[in-house]
Write a protein that binds this ligand. Structure first.
Ligand SMILES: Cc1cc2nc3c(=O)[nH]c(=O)nc-3n(C[C@H](O)[C@H](O)[C@H](O)COP(=O)(O)OP(=O)(O)OC[C@H]3O[C@@H](n4cnc5c(N)ncnc54)[C@H](O)[C@@H]3O)c2cc1C
Length: 461
């Protein structure tokens, strides 16, 4: 394809326009998942919301496939398409905090590290993801869960409003009172409804996090899973937790004999002071002997970076997920039997409890794609330093996902943990009723399906 003429776009945009002829093209087109190697025709690095309007109009006029880049952190690499136009929001990363109102505004291209660092200056936080350079944009629009989800719900449960550039170039504010249909759809419906240039979040007082990480080797996998299941079911309400199949890193808190040992880690994060946490830690210690542990208070912003080393930019990645309502004996048997087969030391299997405040929010209050009843989202996240290891673990992910299917209460899985946006799984994740409501809203705000390079919702006829 011939590159489009970009002179006028370059004149109009206050940000930078990058094509294959410009220096920096390879950096501009790179995304977190190093397995994605797409060559867009134009990257419009937007600096203002008006830039977004300009870039969108340019892309539509030239008939280019349009993609939107928040933090560029999706597994699918949906932020870039071959021969397309990337609306890159990296320049829109400003964070402002109103400590009295306990609200924060974050630019559509901000990453969670920016948000956490700024809000924590006031001892405040909202619900963000567990890896700090994940984009606020994609994570929020797909739902968003993290260590604070048990206490404060999903990220979308804390979204107060959003500024959106719609497919026809209008700049709207969506909230409970302005364009409430759009606001509902943005809270879980992904990037289907426009380009969000600013998110406004509710903040909560969050001080020190009381963290405990307990590791069992695979020799103990079924017992460790049963024990972790019991602990998770009886956690003090509001405690963040994750059970993760993982290879022990060569970190200072890991005894040398366990470096690179595959196993299971239970991570708990309490936000209600040391006493409750100490009781919990004693209970875990008294329950099942661990290979090693890390128990320490840490600032919330540091907790938000705890898992960063597991997911460096440029690693090759592939993911599928599904929801289960409980860690049944069948689920435990399948996972414990298959964990030893993963090939890459960086591949992880996070089992994230979704409970407490998460499941107090009515299912139809937001467009979240997944059950609001208490349960777990299981991520099967292959990450690898080499194509060979990725190929091995991609096959492992696919076969393990198939084995878990009969035990799932929603095989659509979490939209933000998808590499391939199969229509069937997207529809299943939402359910027929929610999908139909989303499709009707899509028909109002994006009737031509301009924003389709994502977990796509087709506009209703
Ligand atoms: C290592 C790792 C850890 C993760 N941990 C968590 C976690 O703890 N919790 C969790 O909920 N998720 C988690 N995720 C999943 C994460 O939510 C998704 O990958 C998400 O898509 C990342 O958003 P992004 O803006 O960085 O991605 P991008 O690739 O930039 O965007 C993905 C898509 O989202 C849409 N989009 C992004 N920003 C905007 C915007 N401002 N306006 C309109 N559309 C937009 C676009 O359709 C875009 O193609 C994790 C992912 C990884 C790779």
């Amino acid at each position: 394809m011939n590159p489009p003429e970009t002179t006028t776009l370059r004149e109009k945009l206050s940000g930078t326009v990058v094509t294959a002829a410009d220096p920096g093209y390879d950096t501009a087109r790179a995304v977190w998942n190093g397995d994605i190697d797409r060559r867009p025709a134009v990257v419009a690095e937007c600096a203002t919301r008006e830039d977004v309007v300009t870039a969108l109009a340019f892309g539509r006029e030239k008939g280019l496939e349009i993609t939107v880049r928040g933090g560029g952190h999706s597994f699918s690499g949906s932020a870039v398409a071959d021969d397309g136009l990337v609306i890159d929001l990296g320049g829109l990363s400003r964070i402002t905090v109103d400590p009295d109102a306990r609200t924060a505004r974050a630019g559509g291209g901000a990453v969670w590290a920016d948000v956490d660092e700024t809000t924590q200056r006031y001892g405040l936080a909202t619900v963000g993801g567990t890896v700090s350079d994940t984009g606020v944009g994609g994570l929020t629009l797909g739902g968003g869960f993290g260590w604070l989800t048990a206490k404060h719900g999903l990220t979308i449960d804390n979204l107060l409003s959003a500024e959106v550039v719609t497919a026809d170039g209008r700049i709207l504010r969506a909230s409970e009172v302005e364009h409430p249909d759009l606001f509902w759809a943005l809270r879980g419906g992904g990037g289907n409804f426009g380009v969000v240039t600013e998110f406004e979040f509710r903040l909560h007082r969050v001080g020190l996090a009381e963290v405990g990480l307990f590791f069992w080797t695979l020799a103990n996998a079924p017992d460790a899973m049963r024990f972790a299941k019991d602990v998770i079911a009886t956690l003090p309400p509001g405690t963040g937790s994750m059970l993760v199949g993982i290879t022990a890193p060569p970190a200072p808190f890991v005894p040398p004999e366990h470096h690179f040992a595959p196993g299971l880690a239970l991570v708990v994060a309490g936000f209600d002071g040391p006493e409750r946490h100490e009781r919990l830690v004693e209970r875990i210690r008294g329950g099942l002997p661990t290979a090693f542990e890390l128990v320490t208070p840490m600032p919330y912003a540091e907790l938000q970076k705890l898992l960063d080393p597991t997911a460096p930019r440029g690693i090759l990645a592939y993911e599928k997920s599904l929801y289960v309502s409980s860690l049944s004996e069948k689920v435990i048997d399948v996972i414990a039997a298959r964990l030893p087969d993963k090939a890459s030391p960086t591949t992880v299997l996070p089992i994230v409890p979704l409970q407490d405040t998460f499941s107090t929010v009515p299912d139809d209050a937001t467009a979240f794609g997944g059950p609001r009843t208490p349960g777990f989202v299981i991520g099967l996240a292959a990450t690898a330093p080499t194509p060979e290891l990725l190929a091995a673990d991609r096959a492992w992910v696919r076969s393990l996902w198939e084995e878990l299917l009969p035990h799932s209460n929603n095989y659509g899985g979490y939209l933000n943990f998808m590499n391939e946006y199969d229509e069937d799984r997207v529809r299943t994740a939402f359910g027929a009723e929610k999908y139909a409501r989303l499709a009707a809203i899509k028909a109002v705000y994006d009737p031509d399906n301009v924003f389709h390079h994502n977990a796509n919702i087709r506009p209703a006829e």
